[in-house]
Each structure stands twice: as structure tokens, then as C-alpha cells.
Design a binder for this molecule. Structure first.
Ligand SMILES: [Cu+2]
Length: 389
């Protein structure tokens, strides 16, 4: 019996130590704050923790003192009074009450109030506005004003599928890496406006001290002022479906000069991409570009092999919609055809015309019509997509 207990004790100790070792990578407190909000909330948290600890130890101390010193065998008897009757008793009842009110409303209340007011103050002194749209399962960023005005792109998970499937060792930023991070200048107050295309998501970067829901049909806002250049990583923090764990947030904070350089380069890149819609593409080029677009945007639901996850995400392999015509004999887009679904979406399928350019849409449609065993053999030119806008 003793041997068994000893074994259990040793095993528990070993498991306890192991879990401490497993936790070694995690910090016990908040991550290093990168914005005024994060600094302020960390101070509030630390202050509250200290106050709560002091109250805890004072109360515990009085309890332990009373238990040992007011024992029955020392002749103490339980009190029998029903309420404060003497002035001394009234004071001893009101004093802790007053102390708690002071702690709650002054000592803790004022800093908490200061933090909340600061968080909600999105407009005063804002240097620029960034619109963030959450959708299953990616983020779209749009610069609403300032130097980067008009730049708009989608940020997708960049972790390779092999790492997710445990076929390859996991990288340093596993599930916290994207193809296109959002770039923000340091020391600028950025007003972040949030919304969603489908369900509720939450844009969360722990080091910014900010997590705000992106709700369909609503605009909500927050702000960040990043104090140090660097890469900041976060995640969607509202369970939003199958791909919830696969829509990280990555923010690169850079100097203002670098921000301008990036905006110029990005604008040129977007212009080249939209100019691509005016030339005639070969089928091979459409298919190879379409494969990239598919793997980034479509595979999360319809799977890499096009088999989908029915019934939520229908298979593309052998699909009637894909293996059907796109245009009628007058050259008009057929409702519920392959291209109509891609452009305008259906149910949980987003309207990709808002997210992808003409080349991307023409390529991915061509790729789907000629892959996964689909043998339509036809192709769609970016110019045809452009004409439908
Ligand atoms: Cu989510």
C-alpha cells in the first residue's frame, strides 16, 4: 500500500515537473507591451494584482491568527451578538466597508476608468485609418486615407499544409505566419475599423493590448500606436468555424520612410496585376497561376485535392457546376454557373470579386475546370472577368 502511494507521489511529482518544463516557453505575465493601451492595461493589471494579493494575505493572516489565538481550549467562546450595537462595533463594521469602497472606486476605479477611456478614444489625433475585414478564414486590410490610401489586400495563412498535417517539422511561427502582413508606421496613431463578411471574428494582437470583435453588418473600432518597429503576431480570438485556428494576424511596424517605400511598391504591384487583365493569357499560365490562387484561398474549404468536406464545403472534383457552361449563347453570365459562384459567392462561399483581381479569378476558374479530374478543357480570360465588373 505504502509502495503504491509512493509510486503515485513520485509520478505526480515527475508529471508536475514536466508540465513546468513544458510551460517554460510561456511568460507568466502579459507579453511585452507595444502600444500605450497595452502599457496602460499592464499597469492596471499589476496594480490590481498587488492590491488583491495584499487583501488576500491580510485576511488570511487575521484568519490564521484568530484560529490559533481564539481557541476554545484557551477559554474563548463563539460570539452571540446579532448586529453592531455599540459605537465601537459600528465603526469596526463601517471601516472595512469604507476601505473596500475606497479600494474599488478610487485605488482601482480611477486607473481602470483611465484605461477604458483611452481605449475608446479612437479619433483624437488619429494619423490614419485602417479597415480590417474578417472572413472565413482570412483578414482583408484596406488603407482608407493617408499615403497608402486605396491599397487593399487579403492576408492568408502561410504555414505549409505539410506542417499542419504533421508531415513536416513545425516552423518557428507555426500558424502565426501570413503571405502578406499588414504594414503600419511606428509612432502613428492608427484608427482600426473592424467588420466581417460572414460570422464574428476577433482581431487580436496580444502585444497591442487590443482585441476587438469584427461583427458582420457593424463597424467597430479600436486604435494602435506601435512604439517599436518589429513584427507583431496575433490570432482570431472568436471561434468562427473550421478554419478559426488558421487566420493569424501579422503586423509589421516600420519607420515612416519604409512605410512610404512599401506603399509605393505595393501600389506598383497592384497596378501590374490589374494591367495583367488586359493581355491574353495562355492556358498553361492561367492554370499555374490558378493553382497558387487556389492553394492560398480555396483549399482551406474545398481541400487541396478538390474533394471538399461535404456537405458544408462541396467537392469541386466532378462538380456539376464546374463541369457546366459559364456563358449562355448570347455571352451572358449564367446564374449559379461556376464563375457566378466564384464572383458573387453563395451561402458560406464569399463573393471573391471583392477579394481577388481579374487575373486571379480567371486563373482559379480555369485551374478548377482543368483539375481534380475535371476535364472541361476550356479557359477563362481575365478580360472576360474584367468585363463583368
Ligand atoms: Cu476565428
Amino acid at each position: 500500500m505504502v509502495g503504491k502511494r509512493l509510486r503515485i507521489a513520485v509520478m505526480s511529482l515527475a508529471m508536475g515537473l514536466w508540465s513546468v518544463m513544458a510551460w517554460a516557453n510561456y511568460s507568466w505575465n502579459f507579453p511585452t507591451p507595444a502600444t500605450p493601451i497595452a502599457t496602460d492595461t499592464l499597469h492596471v493589471h499589476n496594480k490590481f494584482m498587488i492590491i488583491a494579493m495584499i487583501i488576500f494575505f491580510v485576511v488570511l493572516g487575521i484568519m490564521i491568527f484568530s484560529i490559533f489565538n481564539h481557541r476554545k481550549d484557551k477559554g474563548f467562546k463563539a460570539a452571540t451578538f446579532t448586529g453592531p450595537s455599540t459605537a465601537k462595533q459600528v465603526i469596526w463594521t463601517l471601516a472595512p466597508f469604507a476601505l473596500l469602497l475606497y479600494i474599488d472606486f478610487i485605488l482601482m476605479g480611477i486607473p481602470a476608468y483611465h484605461s477604458v477611456v483611452m481605449m475608446e478614444d479612437t479619433k483624437n489625433g488619429a494619423d490614419m485609418v485602417l479597415k480590417v475585414t474578417g472572413m472565413q478564414w482570412r483578414w482583408q486590410y484596406e488603407y482608407m486615407d493617408g499615403y497608402a490610401k486605396g491599397i487593399k489586400f487579403v492576408s492568408n495563412l502561410a504555414t505549409p499544409q505539410d506542417q499542419i498535417d504533421n508531415k513536416a517539422p513545425k516552423g518557428e511561427h507555426y500558424l502565426l505566419e501570413v503571405d502578406e502582413p499588414v504594414i503600419l508606421p511606428v509612432n502613428k496613431k492608427v484608427r482600426v475599423i473592424l467588420t466581417s463578411n460572414d460570422v464574428i471574428h476577433t482581431w487580436w494582437v496580444p502585444q497591442f493590448g487590443v482585441a476587438r470583435d469584427a461583427i458582420p453588418g457593424f463597424l467597430r473600432e479600436t486604435w494602435v500606436k506601435i512604439e517599436q518597429p518589429g513584427t507583431y503576431r496575433g490570432q482570431c480570438k472568436e471561434l468562427c468555424g473550421k478554419g478559426h485556428g488558421f487566420m493569424p494576424v501579422v503586423v509589421n511596424a516600420v519607420s515612416e520612410d519604409e512605410f512610404k517605400k512599401w506603399a509605393d511598391a505595393k501600389r506598383a504591384e497592384l497596378a501590374t496585376a490589374s494591367a495583367g487583365a488586359d493581355k491574353t493569357w495562355s492556358k498553361e499560365d492561367l492554370i499555374s497561376h490558378g493553382k497558387e490562387v487556389y492553394e492560398k484561398n480555396c483549399a482551406v474549404c474545398h481541400q487541396l485535392d478538390g474533394k471538399g468536406v461535404p456537405p458544408a464545403f462541396p467537392p469541386l472534383a466532378g462538380s456539376k457546376v464546374i463541369n457546366g457552361p459559364i456563358f449562355d449563347k448570347d455571352g451572358k453570365l449564367i446564374a449559379n454557373s461556376h464563375l457566378d459562384r466564384v464572383l458573387n459567392g453563395k451561402n458560406v462561399m464569399p463573393a471573391w470579386k471583392a477579394l481577388l483581381n481579374d487575373v486571379d479569378i480567371a486563373s482559379v476558374v480555369t485551374y478548377e475546370r482543368n483539375s481534380f479530374g475535371n476535364t472541361m478543357g476550356d479557359m477563362l480570360q481575365p478580360a472576360q472577368v474584367k468585363a463583368l465588373r
